[in-house]
Design a binder for this molecule. Sequence first.
Ligand SMILES: [Zn+2]
Length: 500
Amino acid sequence: MSEVLYRKYRPKVFKEVVGQRPIKVTLENEIISGMLAHAYLFVGPRGTGKTTLARLFARSLNCLNRKENEAEPCNACQACQSNLNNQSLDVIEIDAASHTGVDNVRENIIANAQTPPFNQKGYKVFVIDEVHMLSKSAFNALLKTLEEPPKQVIFILATTEIHKVPETIISRCQRFDFKKIPQAEVIKRLTEIIEWEKIQIEDSVLAQIARRSEGCLRDAESLLGQIISLSSGKVTDDLVSLVLPRNNWQEIDILLEALRLNNLAAALNQIAKLIDEGVDVDTLLNDLLDYVRQTMLYKIIGSDFSLNLDDHLKEEIKKQADGFQLADLSRLLNILLNKTSNKQQSIIDQLPLELACVEFLLASTSELKIEHQTPANISNNKIEIEKNDLWKSLQNNWDHLVDLLKPLNHSISGLIKNAHPLNAGEQEIVIGCEFSFHIEQLSKPEMKQEIEEKIARILNKKIKITFEIDDDYQAHHQEFRGGSEKGVNEAVDVFGGEVL
Ligand SMILES: [Zn+2]
């Protein structure tokens, strides 16, 4: 079905061809003007339209009904029809991957090129796919023909690996470099196809297909074909996940975030979780590489960098790019590349990935923070409470502050009740919290402003507040609450018995 879909919608005229606009325009102009080269070289990644354009070009040259000053073939005349059915005697397609011997080249090309085309007004067109696969002697035979090209013969050589094509051949061809198809154009094409097929598929699925196929339209159409063939009219998420590899980027973001925060335990836990869920280790490693690369590019190029991602992921990548040093991103990429290329057979599949994380954080500038993960060292990082008069005044009035905040926002007042000042300076009070999601709530500008106003009322002076995670929360909180009349155990009551 997938291949069928691809053939079914293979563009039949130039204006249907997706992408490669400069190449299309040049070829069309050459057809109209009749100023043709003897040999063309189509260079570029697979699935970007090389063969499609070669066939279309050949068909147009041989079309019996083509209008003057137009490049499009009629697709109805006998010449067009035999070309469309792969039965044309004047268009000879050779897959070099399976015809590498010099004898085959001589038989199929050199000898055949000497006889004129059946269509006397047309051309004999040889399309040699994967031309880089020809043997050295086959190239030499081909070169002889290119040096003295027979009349009405055109060669179209296509390759994905130009560096394997001899310079002597390249210099005798008009060269066209095919580009990967931009995702927007892939999505547009897939949208057309599902309209023709009368099938409804969500845009996000089409975007996912486009991203997964990485600029290769043939892959995109093939994936879409698989989805359509499996669906009985209705395309469900389950069905999509059968065909498309799982999109791990959200999970990858969590992993990268752990590395950014020097949290080795969290990073290894995230890897273990994904492996448990059945994510393939190689996929994981490749996805992480891809994600770190995107982050690095964003860090260097900034928001102008055209990420083919949805807005949410773009935000995530921006956040990562802002938080990492460029040197660390490049170091992480190097470590990951090393682990992918030197992957030895290991009993534990995820070991290389785990080692990459350990290696990255071990050499990181913030080694202290890694040791921080082991309980024995926590006391090294203990935040000492600075108890001055201002702090004591806050201690005496904390319940009052909580009461003042209650009418405004019940949960904010509860969060404040569970927090305590770590130190109180002339211009700033640092408030210690147990969890980062508490800080997230309290730091919202409108909330922060309310708390600052109430503190100003209590202390009778304007003061700035900031929030920090208190690594020694339990001890500090007990100490703080112990000084007030109410005990620490009452702290959760604010939520009517609900524990935060
Ligand atoms: Zn025709």
